[in-house]
Write a protein that binds this ligand. Structure first.
Ligand code: HEM
Length: 305
């Protein structure tokens, strides 16, 4: 294969989930909502980013189920990890994105391994016994099982905690650099048992969010876990120790649904590497690979009229 790895990744996702014109190659099913973000005073000490300057910024958020199936049941194992993508609208007209999911750490460490995981999974159609090829891949990549074991079935998109997984590097006004990983903390985490999940309607997560927003707002705290010297930044399969300091960067308030979520999500492109001054990518190779494969997927989903 001579195609760039980003193209190979989107091809592998299409092989795993099939091609669904107009939809994302991954996290195909989702819902778009709106709100605002207000940075905290503590955030200013760690990053000079305009995200944290204290001004209230409008945000567009898309919650999603994993996988490339636009009609997946929200409680299906294929729908895990659930995703949250946040677009901050900056006062200068620019945008910056944070794209997170409900895994505490990632199943694989490189873009090539992500492609190979999709190709191995594609040998086992949904509902059929696991192929020998997939079993061999999982046995030789124990981080996949470890990462998936961190997942639960959320009762609501609002009752789930999301993780940035890839490390970014903050710079503050004094020029001090600090590696961080994002945590998006809900008011409470509520997970369902498999049996409870199976009883839910196929769109319960999407429906629940609209019901909640009709009654009030949904809030999250955007937090940053701070790396200590020696914590690995380039390996997203390795969580940092639980006792690392966590800084509260501000409050995200979601208060509105959008009239036509399907049309809105088509036009939206979230990129983990769309950053501001004061935030840079770390040496994690997934960040650039994600940017290019999300762009390839965006190009393909917009080819349809
Ligand atoms: C090598 C690693 C990864 C690859 C190749 C990959 C690939 C993709 C692709 C192709 C899309 C569809 C993008 C689009 O059409 O706009 C996507 C969406 C998404 N990914 Fe990843 N991904 C990776 C890692 C991650 C990680 C580490 C996270 C979370 C921390 C994540 C969270 C998401 C979310 C939330 C979406 C949906 C974004 C939206 O709502 O538009 N992905 N991913």
């Amino acid at each position: 294969e001579d195609a760039p790895v980003a193209v190979q990744i989107v091809d592998a996702l299409n092989k795993h989930f099939g091609v669904h014109p107009g939809y994302r190659a991954n996290h195909a099913k989702g819902i778009v909502v709106k709100g605002s973000f207000k940075g905290s005073p503590e955030a200013v000490a760690v990053s000079k980013s305009p995200l944290f300057a204290g001004e209230k910024l409008p945000v567009t958020v898309r919650f999603s189920d994993a996988g490339g199936l636009p009609d997946v049941h929200d409680a299906s194992p294929v729908a895990n990890p659930h995703g949250m993508a946040i677009k901050f609208h900056l006062p200068n007209g620019g945008e910056s994105d944070i794209v997170v999911n409900s895994l505490k750490f990632f199943p694989v460490a490189t873009p090539e391994e992500f492609r190979d995981l999709q190709l191995a999974a594609a040998t086992t159609p949904p509902g059929s016994p696991m192929s020998a090829q997939f079993k061999t891949f999982l046995a030789s990549h124990p981080s996949v099982g470890r990462a998936n074991a961190t997942l639960g079935i959320p009762a609501s998109f609002a009752d789930e905690q999301y993780y940035g997984i890839n490390a970014f590097v903050f710079t503050n006004r004094a020029g001090r650099k600090q590696a961080v990983r994002y945590i998006i903390e809900p008011e409470k985490i509520v997970h369902l048992s498999k049996e409870e999940g199976a009883k839910k309607s196929p769109n319960y997560l999407m429906d629940d969010l609209l019901v909640r927003l009709a009654k009030g707002v949904v809030t999250f705290h955007l937090k940053a876990q701070l790396a200590a010297a020696g914590d690995p930044t380039k390996d997203p399969t390795q969580p940092w120790p639980e006792d690392r300091k966590v800084v509260d960067l501000g409050v995200l308030t979601i208060d509105k649904s959008v009239a036509d979520s399907i049309a809105a999500q088509k036009e939206l492109l979230f990129l983990p590497g769309r950053l501001t001054d004061g935030i840079e990518p770390s040496d994690d190779p997934l960040i650039a690979a994600r940017d290019s494969s999300y762009a390839v997927s965006f190009g393909r989903r917009n080819l349809t009229p």
